[in-house]
Write a protein that binds this ligand. Structure first.
Ligand code: BG6
Length: 488
């Protein structure tokens, strides 16, 4: 990997502390980034370099996967860090930043490779990109790249505008849009499970699959993010990005080669084939919900409307489920169900693939029908793959029972999503980042849904905190004769 300067906007923020510094440290300890590199952190406040370095060290102690007592190694790592106070609207601060970047590049004898990481509120994305260009920071002999966090736009139009603005400074292949779900090992593993196993590849289609269920349920509520969340809702916070990205990964067809370009092409094809919802179908295909008070793990929790900073009459969604159809040869007739919500019964991100049953099942004729085969990809908190099969129970006169075959990667010390993604971006591999085509196509699917919400055409159901969501979400599946698979 090339030596580089990591230019971090939002260096005193929560994400930097919890994810970015620990990720850089883990990469450094594992020798995955060159020993000679430079990090320049920026924030509004004045912070001395020594203080900045000690804050970074603290965040590593608090959040890093690797923690060791090797003082010399830690000092070497921290010596790469400098801080520069920056007001995002002041062009002169970017000039100062440029000088510091050049000075560090000279001192360390490293090429002008610059990784700009925008770990800041989205309203600052375009002004920062503009100033990176105007200040000359983007004119470098080395490479330049941009890592940007979600949300990427608030709707289709604002996403397009943002993309236009960013592309004045960065080309598409220089932009790494983080969707941390794409950094999750089991989401990345979908590709291998499907394409490296003829056994699964052969049945990954509408001939064998009855439906696919993608769930991302959370126990947490709105936390301290009321200002953001009450204007985003689950539809923007989770569906437009994470849920649709997982759907693309689950449904994409086999590329000829597993390269970033081909994987992205196949993902875009899924989105192009995703049936746009006609306004008259939205209310019957999308379920919105908001939590009321309830109990989770024995603790009473308040309703969404009672959460700090939430308007008492808020009509925001904290739960969404939806039925989607992919109109291509592979998936025609197979419903994909997605479901995500806050304050649900359990923290669980998983993909359940339900296979069709054999219509000539000989056991059914004998009064003991087999159960559907399931392939369950557990993404979080467990990372495992489960295959549910029918088998004979030798202790019960050979009656059929379902058995679970598990592959569990728990005992491997797996790098965190941010660590994998930052590593990929630093080496220029964009496979697991959201390409503009995918982002735009996702917004195109979501936009009419947002508009139907705004027109009040989709009822806001309630669900008790600690439940699996509104009943209407179960009905979505019942209409095709299915149910959500729980606890497998
Ligand atoms: C974030 C959302 O992108 O993903 C949060 O903004 C959500 O609201 C989080 O809690 C869930 O991520 P994970 O990795 O815990 O499933």
């Amino acid at each position: 990997m090339d030596s580089m300067t990591f230019v971090l906007f939002g260096a005193t923020g929560d994400l930097a502390k919890r994810k970015i510094y620990p990720a850089l440290y883990n990469l450094f300890v594992e020798g995955k980034i060159p020993a000679s590199f430079s990090v320049i952190g920026m924030g509004r406040r004045e912070v001395a370099d020594e203080q900045f370095q000690s804050n970074v060290e603290q965040s590593i102690k608090d959040f890093s996967r690797h923690v060791n007592d090797d003082r010399a190694q830690m000092d070497q790592f921290l010596s790469a860090f400098r801080y520069s106070a920056l007001n995002v609207n002041h062009p002169e601060d970017y000039k100062k930043l440029l000088q510091l970047a050049e000075q560090r590049e000279n001192d360390l004898g490293i090429p002008g490779n610059r990784m700009f990481y925008l770990s800041v509120a989205p309203e600052f994305f375009d002004v920062i990109a503009l100033n990176i260009r105007e200040s000359g920071l983007a004119e470098t002999k080395g490479w330049k790249r941009l890592i940007i966090e979600k949300p990427f736009g608030h709707d289709l139009e604002s996403a397009r505008e943002l993309n236009d603005r960013l592309s004045r400074t960065f080309a598409e292949d220089e932009i790494y849009r983080i969707d941390h779900y794409l950094g999750k090992p089991m989401v990345q593993n979908l590709e291998a499970l499907k394409f490296a196993n003829p056994l699964l590849q052969g049945v990954w289609n509408n001939q064998y699959i009855a439906n696919v269920q993608i769930t991302a349920s959370e126990i947490v509520g709105v936390e301290e993010r009321a200002g953001y969340y009450d204007h985003s809702g689950a539809i923007r916070d989770m569906v437009q990005n994470h849920m649709l990205q997982v759907l693309m990964m689950a449904a994409m067809n086999k590329p000829e080669h597993v390269t970033a370009g081909q994987v992205r092409d196949e993902k875009s094809k899924v989105m192009q084939a995703l049936r746009a919802l006609d306004p008259s179908d939205i209310a019957s295909s999308v379920v919105r919900g908001q939590y009321t008070s309830g109990e989770i793990n024995g603790n009473a929790v308040p309703s969404y409307k009672e959460e700090l900073g939430i308007a008492p009459d808020s009509q925001n969604d904290t739960f969404i489920s939806a039925r989607l159809w992919i109109d291509n040869e592979q998936w025609s007739g197979v419903p994909f169900y997605i479901r995500t919500g806050k304050r649900m019964k359990e923290k669980s991100t998983r993909i359940v693939v339900e296979f069709k049953q054999d219509s000539t099942d000989p056991y059914a004729a004998q009064g003991q029908p087999s159960e559907p085969n399931l392939l369950i990809i557990h993404v979080n908190p467990d990372e495992k793959v489960t295959l549910r099969l029918n088998s004979k129970d030798p202790l019960n006169n050979g009656q059929l029972e379902t058995v679970l075959m598990n592959y569990n990667s728990e005992d491997k010390d797996v790098p965190e999503a941010y660590e994998r993604l930052i590593f990929d971006a630093l080496r220029g591999d964009s496979t697991f980042f959201a390409h503009w085509n995918e982002v735009e196509l996702s917004w195109m699917w979501v936009q009419p849904v947002l508009e139907a919400f705004a027109r009040g055409e989709v009822p806001l159901h309630t669900y008790a905190a600690g439940s699996y969501g509104p009943e209407a979400s179960d009905q979505l599946l019942e209409e095709q004769g299915f149910t959500w698979w729980l606890d497998q």
